[in-house]
Design a protein around this ligand. Structure first.
Ligand code: URP
Ligand code: ZN
Ligand code: ZN
Length: 457
């Protein structure tokens, strides 16, 4: 890979990248003579480590339907967007075991992914056997466990259950990931809205106020503090929640948080689009008033937000979002985005919100470290997997469902004009995307067993 500017989280340097087999063999002074079977011209472009999207939901059951991307279509779309690793969520159905859940998710994903993948585990039953099985999951390479303070009756865990799971996580060196919204209070606001005949998509946002994300985030942080467990707050959307994370981090607590592109670029106004259009933007936590966005960018600069993941959870507008016409509570929750994370965050570089190096750090390097994939992933360095992206920082593109590769009939970013574009993508040394074409194959992607993160202990 010749002539590019190699950008790592630690700095950018003009270098040629020599790939041997599945790995990076060397970084070379530009023009250093080597014989290569294939040369990728990266002149005038960036060479960055492949993106790691630590939060996706492919073929996830939700509210009687299933997210519309399969592991095959979703990982292919990810590759188009420069993401070479996803970490998806296995979902424990109530009354089933964690290990059987893992088997179920392996059956869906194994042999069906175009890029490498790992799993987190959603724990729905906090009981003795699940707690015991957490260690077996960790042995099987799944050492991050998501819990919910939202969705009473579905995924909701009580404070006591959260405390127990955190104690167990602390014991085995695992991390708890938290969906932090006060679901008990939200359910009352929802009941009130429905009783008053307020049924439009925008009510999804109005019944989940940012204060209830702030409160739940503070509570999760407190429980983590009491147990000594590390905490990773997923899909943080509200300034109030960021304040809680910032305060905890200022005291040195092992609290980390991610946000998502939708919270940086979309707002409550989108949820309020006329007709039923707003349904395209229903996800939890909901899109916030635009004033929250500046706070999130601040968090990304100061590392109070460490990662940007997509929470990619696509549901088609025509058949699936439609389920909630006349009752916003029946709109499947989720927004598609796995294909656009790197491009969207690059706008932060273009606008001067974050540095080039920080872009790479939040999209690739930190998720690799946080989730036990470093130094195999997340860095352009000798010995690392040759997951590489040639990125053209000057190309222009317009996002559209007509041209995206995700298996969903709309784009939340329809018509958005972006600067920068993924040009070539390598996954473990294989060219999977090249200019206008997909050259990868479903089945190339391997399951990644993830190491316990010593740094979080
Ligand atoms: O609305 C969302 N975010 N759907 C996916 C499930 C979750 O809570 O992450
Ligand atoms: Zn969630
Ligand atoms: Zn999610």
């Amino acid at each position: 890979m010749k002539g590019g500017l190699v950008v790592n989280a630690t700095g950018a340097v003009a270098a040629d990248v020599l790939v041997a087999g599945e790995r990076i063999a060397a970084l070379l002074v530009p023009g250093f003579p080597v014989e290569a079977d294939e040369v990728v011209d990266a002149t005038g472009k960036y060479v960055i480590p492949g993106g790691i999207d630590a939060h996706t939901h492919m073929e996830m059951p939700f509210g009687g339907t299933s997210s519309s991307d399969t592991f095959a279509t979703g990982t292919t779309a990810a590759a188009w967007g420069g993401t070479t690793t996803i970490i998806d969520f296995a979902v424990q159905a109530k009354g089933t075991s964690l290990l059987s859940t893992l088997d179920k998710w392996h059956a869906k994903a194994d042999g069906n992914c175009a890029i490498d993948y790992g799993f987190h585990m959603i724990v729905s039953d906090v009981d003795d056997s699940s707690l015991k099985e957490m260690a077996s999951c960790a042995d099987a390479g799944v050492n991050t466990f998501k819990m919910f303070m939202a969705y009473p009756g579905v995924f909701y865990a009580t404070d006591g259950e959260i405390l127990r799971a955190m104690r167990r996580a602390r014991e085995i060196g695992a991390t708890i990931m938290m969906h932090a919204e006060n679901g008990i209070a939200i359910d009352q606001l929802v009941a009130q809205a429905l009783a008053e005949g307020r049924t439009d998509p925008v009510e999804h946002g109005l019944t989940r106020p940012p204060e209830l994300e702030g409160e739940a985030t503070s509570r999760a942080i407190t429980l983590a503090r009491v147990t000594g467990a590390p905490l990773y707050v997923v899909h943080l959307s509200a300034a109030q929640a960021l304040d809680a994370v910032t305060r905890a981090r200022d005291t040195g607590q092992n609290v980390f948080a991610e946000t998502c592109p939708q919270y940086l670029y979309l707002s409550l106004e989108d949820l309020g689009r006329p007709g039923f259009e707003g349904a395209k933007f229903v996800a939890s936590p909901p899109l916030r008033p635009a004033a929250h966005q500046a706070e999130l960018w601040r968090g990304l600069r100061t590392n109070d937000l460490s990662v940007v993941s997509t929470d990619h959870c696509p549901f088609c507008f025509k058949e699936q979002k439609e389920l909630g016409r006349g009752d916003f509570t029946k709109i499947p929750n989720g927004i598609p985005g796995v294909e656009h994370r790197i491009d969207l965050l690059h706008q932060g570089v273009v606008r001067g919100e974050i540095s080039l190096e920080r872009w790479v750090e939040i999209c690739s390097t930190t998720p690799a470290r946080m989730f036990g994939l470093h130094p195999r992933k997340g860095v352009v360095a000798p010995g690392a997997d040759a997951d590489l992206v040639v990125y053209d920082p000057r190309a222009r593109q317009t996002v559209s469902a007509a041209t995206h590769h995700m298996n969903v009939d709309y784009s939340a970013y329809e018509g958005m004009e972006l600067t920068g574009r993924v040009e070539v993508v390598l996954s473990r040394g294989e060219v999977v995307v090249d200019g206008g074409g997909f050259r990868g194959s479903v089945g190339h992607g391997r399951f990644l067993t993830r190491e316990l993160n010593q740094y979080l202990r």
